[in-house]
Design a protein around this ligand. Sequence first.
Ligand SMILES: *Cc1c(COP(=O)(O)O)cnc(C)c1O
Length: 361
Amino acid sequence: MTDNIIKLTRNNIQKLTPYQSARRIGGKHGTIWLNANESPISVSFKSKKQSFNRYPECQPNNLISAYAGYVDLSCQQVLVTRGADEGIELLIKAFCEPGKDAIIYCPPTYDMYRINAQIAGVKIKEIPTLKNTWQLDLLNLELNLNEVKLIYVCNPNNPTSSIILKKDLLLLLKITLGKSLVVIDEAYIEFSPKESMTCFLKDHPNLVILRTLSKAFALAGIRCGFVLAEKKIIETLNKVISPYPISTPVIDIALQSLQKDYIKLMQNRVLDSNSNRVWLVDQLNQISCVEKVFESNANYVLVKFFMYERIFQILWNKGIILRNQNEKVNLKKCIRISIGTRLESLELIKELKKFSKNNIY
Ligand SMILES: *Cc1c(COP(=O)(O)O)cnc(C)c1O
């Protein structure tokens, strides 16, 4: 029977390695979680809703309007989704013909662009970013636009925490106009707000922006994200989204999180996280098992270690869970560390110092 099930499965799904989420590979015994870029601090919300017998609205007006206000766009330019991950998937569903069209993504980057294309049976073209600067390889992008409907660019990029130059993004929008959509994943934009491309939506009809409440808003648990784009694109995505994607308690909590006071709190957490990052980077630079600390623009930092494997394992055994990036394009020996609380960072530094003292480089 098991054999039969495998034979029944689509060919591309048989071959698929599913996304290795932090929750899937993070183990259970951790005490310091620095592997999923979550907020280390939780915000307390109460759902005021008491009855759940009715379906929610597909695109709840009040939530759309609250997010449109937050990003200074019109309601027609906003779609609410079950996390940014659903936005990635909906775009492929709506724009890519399986077996014919392709997407481009620029590794090392977030894996879900590739995985969603593979699930849908849509071709993928990998155009790695330039090594160490992590900028777009515009020359190669331009040469590879054939049949490409979507180009996913993550900014700030996960896991490098680097920023793509705005002039390069604008050039990419220009060379792809009329051929492909440029999808900019701004999951971490609140940590580098000046880099947001939302103000370019009005005169770039092929620009799509993904947002989420999972990172700076500290709401990874509720699964809520947004797609920002011109009206026609939002209407198209509305054709393929499921009838009731956002549950009633999620709508209620997301709405609360977008009230002025809560946005202010979010911005204060971002300031805290950014100053913790400066402290952590400074400390890391003084540790001898650290080979290189890459410049960071979000709530995580990419670090290249001597003996990265042993370090990862030793910290893991101590309950400090980091994210191994060694297998990714151009990231040999690299580990991604989420910015935790100052206390968590202290604990991490203490262990790294201990390790360095016992090993010579
Ligand atoms: C975390 C993350 C997401 C997923 O966001 P959700 O809203 O939680 O689905 C999307 N893109 C990037 C780059 C991320 O790091």
